[in-house]
Ligand binder design. Sequence first.
Ligand code: AMP
Ligand code: ZN
Length: 466
Amino acid sequence: MALRFYNTLSQQVEDFTPASQNTVRMYTCGPTVYDFAHIGNFRTFTFVDLLRKCLRANGFQLNHVMNITDVDDKIIRNAVASHQPLAEYTKTYTDAFLDDCAALRLERPERLASATEHIPEMVAAIQRLGDGQHTYASDGSVYFKIASFPQYGKLSHNDFSGNLAGARVDVDEYEKADARDFALWKTPKDDEPFWDTAIGPGRPGWHIECSVMAIKYLGETLDIHAGGVDLIFPHHENEIAQSESLTGKPFSRFWLHAEFLMVEGQKMSKSLGNYYTLRDLMGKGHAPESIRYLLASVPYRKSLNFTIEGLKSAAIAIKRLRDFKLRLETERFAEGLNEKMAVRTVHASQAFTDSLNDDLNTAEALAAVFKFVRDANSAMDSGEFRAGNTPAALEFLALFDCIFDVLKPSVKAGGLSDSDIEERAARRTAAKKARDFALADRIRDELLEQGIVLEDTKSGVRWKRK
Ligand code: AMP
Ligand code: ZN
């Protein structure tokens, strides 16, 4: 099955290929680094990671840009409250975000772009919008005149005709029914940080940063633009208005939006206080791969209700798959090939790929995996499964793990990283050479306590996790 996605713009499922050559030019809205991200945010970022992996599995290369919003109302408020310079404050949360992404095994986009590193380009874009009569100034701020863009509303499918003129808004997020002229450039209030520029002192609005950075790095028309559903309006609608007013070209061919992670019927959000950060959950002993699995298991266009029970089930599902893999790797099966099992493996693998290509239907893809595991386990129990069936079964698991990426256990929080272990093993070797056997033994015992076994072999010291 050809790869296809639901496009918010057309409200249709459409076959996807990149516009030119084999590279997908993709922009996804990144975090606002004012605090630790919660796992609701990570539902959207996990969806983006799955999207990347499925695009790659279809043979495409990626040129993916994600922004880091490192200046906005909330950031300024928090930085001022903590008496920290803006850059220092945002670095803490940018680093935390990237660490969390790594724990969740989210691939780094080809480029991360911070808003504050693109101020001159934003100023130039605002000036060009002004030249095209799309802006006006008021009290030192500059606003986008949405009446100058008659297609306003085409992404959110709101009919704003008749009320495109007049009211304006200074905040970045507002209600869906409101067509408002939004701020491109905000004049500083009180002692807010600002940039001194040709359009006056101030800072950019949230929307202009994405338009400018997307066009700068990916060109005037993207293949895919994605984010959470709360970004459809006003953020993405405003990005379209700005970008298309600048270039006269469609801003993105495909618009993909992930539904919310919910808690008891409400969106997980900072403001409702019903959120967990990744650190909260890992601190309670949940493995990051269980969280990844849970977030990935429901197709992105369906909302997903978060419960601790659900997280425990995710851990059980992963264990089942790891046990199955171990069985494939360690059990001795009778020689030969079971034809029926071989055909089932091919079918399972096809069903897995087809489901993902069908607008990333992860639930059906997982169903194909577990049906296969069930069938193969019972074929093993009955002796039908043969040694010749093993390579294809392992290949199927590898295909699964290319996308879901949960089979390899994470190093436990507080546990030793590979390089820590290597460093200690080297110290032990040095101690032995110096005939300090007491120290060498102590290092070996300490490692053993942490579940690391050292083996002296002819070719040197090897280690493994118990
Ligand atoms: P922010 O840091 O607030 O700009 O949000 C980062 C990303 O997380 C955006 O793409 C949001 O749409 C997304 N997001 C926020 N809350 C949730 C939620 N409860 N479930 C899924 N995605 C969310
Ligand atoms: Zn954006």
